[in-house]
Design a binder for this molecule. Structure first.
Ligand code: COI
Length: 356
């Protein structure tokens, strides 16, 4: 395996104190990881260096055609002073699935994991320990060839940055309101919807702004062909509990295969709850809401963790979920997922990886 060179900062920044609200994604730690790729040479020069601005030619391909991949995971502190990563192998696997779809060279899993651990270890003093906080880890790759033709780049930069964060939504664990979008679409099967890449997020902005103006925090996307079946929320996957059964849209090529989504499915099954991964139409939700069978709805994601949804709006209809508060399955998932992440609940699935 390549050896990671380490250069520590001479100018450490002040670490946010306990009064800092840690607004998601606004503060960055002292160090970052970098590694370069050159065609014919492969990935080379892995290094941890002081967090710094980067310099690229204006012609760098990432600026023009969006060839980039990103990931999101978190590091958590335990009460007995250990640091845990949650299922980093799943993020590494997904990163390389995205890379293949985006014609970005795969990153060797061993150096990827080592980079995550080493960087978190160096900046461990930045891991916040108040309830609802963690150290968000953002790995990403960008295409750097200075070239305006459309083709895969021959050079890339892989970076990892760290950000101490509080809850993703202002609402915290209070139920969010979600807008079911019926005109814009996020992705279609065969496109890049199942890859974690900026293009899917920029595609979501117009609808997100529209939803915000209407007082909704997020957009729930429908399939791009029939605009009938539920897909995902962009920053989260979505789950419903309908008449006792947990249902979530099946992975169909245009939905992001969320790590927290997989965690929810495995946990619910282990509790003996029936779980179905299948197509869910808006009409089915409408009917379930009307007959009182739409018992719970929550989103799952690394940034959002488990985020209860209090109501959904589709065209002129509002579907109220349960009694509008957090439901028992959502609460149990939140407690269990965060409990395992913080080392408070036994990790029966072997999901946590200690940073030593
Ligand atoms: C994450 O949950 O890590 C994500 O990548 C969602 C994000 C767009 C904040």
């Amino acid at each position: 395996m390549l050896e990671i060179k380490i250069e520590k900062t001479q100018n450490p920044k002040p670490i946010p104190g306990p009064d800092n609200p840690l607004v998601f994604g606004t503060i960055f730690t002292d160090h970052m990881f970098e590694m370069d790729y050159t065609k014919g040479k492969g990935w080379h020069d892995p290094r941890i260096v002081p967090y710094h601005e980067i310099s690229l030619e204006p012609s760098a391909m990432v600026f023009h055609y969006g060839q980039e991949m990103f990931e999101g995971l978190k590091a958590y502190p335990t009460e007995d002073g250990r640091i845990l990563l949650f299922r980093p192998d799943k993020n590494i696997e997904r990163a390389n699935n995205s890379n293949r779809r985006l014609m970005i060279p795969e990153i060797p899993a061993d150096i990827f994991l080592e980079a995550l651990k080493e960087l978190v270890k160096i900046d461990q003093a930045w891991i916040p320990d108040r309830p609802g906080t963690s150290l968000y880890i953002r790995p990403f790759v960008i295409a750097t060839d200075p070239f305006l033709g459309v083709r895969p780049s021959d050079t890339y930069k892989f970076m990892i940055i760290l950000s101490p964060v509080g809850p993703y939504y202002e609402e915290g664990l209070d139920p969010v309101k979600i807008w079911i979008e019926d005109s814009y679409v996020r992705a279609v099967r065969g496109g890049i919807g199942e890859a974690k890449t900026g293009g899917n997020y920029v595609a979501s902005l117009a609808a997100q702004v529209k939803a915000h103006e209407e007082g909704y925090s997020q957009v729930l996307w429908l399939d791009g062909v029939e605009r009938k079946y539920i897909e995902e929320v962009g920053a989260m996957n979505i789950f419903f509990k309908i008449d006792g059964t947990v249902v979530t849209p099946m992975l169909n090529g245009s939905i992001l295969p969320g790590v927290t989504r997989d965690t929810c499915i495995q946990l619910c099954k282990s509790w003996g709850l029936p779980v179905e991964e299948r197509k869910i139409s808006v009409q089915e939700l409408e009917e379930a809401a009307r007959t009182g069978k739409l018992e719970e709805c929550w989103g799952s994601g690394t940034a959002a963790v488990i985020s209860p949804v209090g109501h959904l709006r589709y065209e002129d209809d509002v579907f109220q979920i349960g009694d509008g508060g957090i439901g028992p399955v959502s609460q149990k998932l939140y407690d269990t997922v965060t409990g395992i992440q913080l080392g408070k609940v036994k990790d029966e699935f072997g999901w946590t990886v200690e940073v030593k």
